[in-house]
Design a protein around this ligand. Structure first.
Ligand SMILES: [Zn+2]
Ligand SMILES: [Zn+2]
Length: 387
């Protein structure tokens, strides 16, 4: 049996790039014609289930993604039933009511827990290139929510406990009968008194007012490993905010903001810098002191060093920080040579340069016109043949 992914867009009659509103409008229109209360025809009922399933899929970003990738998010659900297989059997009035009026918590019935996980927090940390090289241990002051010491997260004053919410009878939701284009429907909304929890705190803790947590400023030590770069985040597990009702703390992320260095430009683990040398040094060669991140080092410039030459000091770049958090060697330092041609010469210097030109047979010009790329090679080949 071959499987062909169902064309959910076609079922609803919308374009593949339709937005959420267009999909909703198309479904509403079809549901009005096909709903069993309006149209008892068997064919229409099947079609109603079909469009409802299509709406279910396309209004859910994750399921829609599966469709767009050529898959079928309902394939497994459909394969489960025996006998006559109706892929849309699972969709009925409940689903469409949820889709249009919203249930207490997306289909999840009953009261929700008062205790909720805390949110993550993010702070930025400015580091110099040198600090990114070595890694740092930095004390950070964070404003965050911590567990209320007085009630230990329960939110209740000492000796008291939560009581069942009278408004919703502990169910956390309130049902209401609404009239809609589909006739009378029962909808459920979270209880406004207990906010869906199903219980209330009659005597809240005086320190946290029932939230189970309090705002506090505290100092933590962030360890940033060597090799971090601009935009990287270090996760400090469980150092974020404590959740409502004393729920488990989220994580704290420290995001690195790398400051521009005066000498080095960074490209991943490699560093680049430009070294300007006078024309005479380029011609004569020299050993020049170069300030690297590891201190002053001697750089060997060969006699006849050309403009734009790139020299590489291996292992003088940044630590290579792997995904695992391990450092795996270091990148290189690339030195780009800039040869400076003097712009102002006095009489004596001019005389000396002219004399040099004469000595080198360059006073007549000594020029070559090439395309810049392969000129050197071609002229070499040509001179070879000419011999
Ligand atoms: Zn309630
Ligand atoms: Zn408290």
């Amino acid at each position: 049996m071959t499987k062909v992914a169902r064309d959910y867009y076609g079922i609803l009659g919308v374009r593949r790039d339709a937005d959420g509103n267009e999909i909703k409008r198309a479904y509403r229109k079809l549901a009005r014609e096909l709903h069993p209360d309006v149209n008892p025809d068997e064919q229409a009922q099947h079609r109603f289930k079909e469009v409802t399933a299509a709406y279910e899929v396309l209004s859910d970003p994750q399921k829609r993604k599966i469709v767009d990738m050529g898959g079928d998010p309902l394939e497994n659900a459909a394969a489960g039933g025996g006998g006559m297989r109706d892929p849309f059997a699972g969709f009925g009035l409940g689903d469409i009511m949820d889709a249009f009026f919203g249930s207490a918590a997306g289909g999840q019935r009953g009261p929700r827990s008062r205790v909720q996980p805390g949110s993550d927090a993010l702070i930025r940390l400015r580091l110099t290139l040198e600090e990114c090289l070595t890694g740092v241990s930095r004390e950070l002051t964070v404003d965050t929510a911590i567990l209320c010491e007085l009630c230990r997260g329960s939110g209740c004053a000492e000796g008291t406990s939560p009581e069942v919410c009278e408004t919703c009878g502990g169910r956390g939701e309130i049902q209401a009968v609404q009239r809609s284009f589909l006739g009378q429907v029962v909808t459920a909304r979270p209880c406004p008194v207990c906010r869906g929890v199903g219980e209330v705190i009659p005597d809240p803790c005086r320190q946290c007012a029932g939230d189970g947590r309090v705002r506090s400023r505290r100092t933590i030590v962030a360890k940033v490993p060597p090799g971090v770069a601009d935009g990287m985040r270090v996760r400090l597990s469980g150092q974020g905010e404590v959740g409502p009702g004393g729920g488990p703390a989220g994580d704290l992320y420290v995001e690195v903001e790398e400051l521009q260095h005066s000498t080095f430009e960074r490209a991943g683990a490699d560093l680049h810098c430009t070294l300007r040398i006078p024309m005479t040094t380029a011609a004569l060669g020299a050993v020049v002191p170069l300030e690297t991140l590891d201190g002053v080092e001697e750089l060997d410039l060969e006699p006849g060093t050309q403009h734009s030459t790139e020299l590489v000091m291996s292992g003088r770049g940044m630590p290579k920080l792997r995904q695992s958090g391990r450092v795996d060697g270091r990148g290189d330092l690339h030195i780009h040579v800039d040869v400076e041609i003097p712009t102002r010469l006095d009489a004596r210097q001019t005389e000396l340069l002219r004399e040099l030109a004469t000595l080198r047979g360059e006073d007549e010009g000594g020029l070559a016109v090439t395309n810049g790329k392969s000129g050197g090679l071609f002229s070499r080949l040509r001179s070879h043949r000419g011999r």
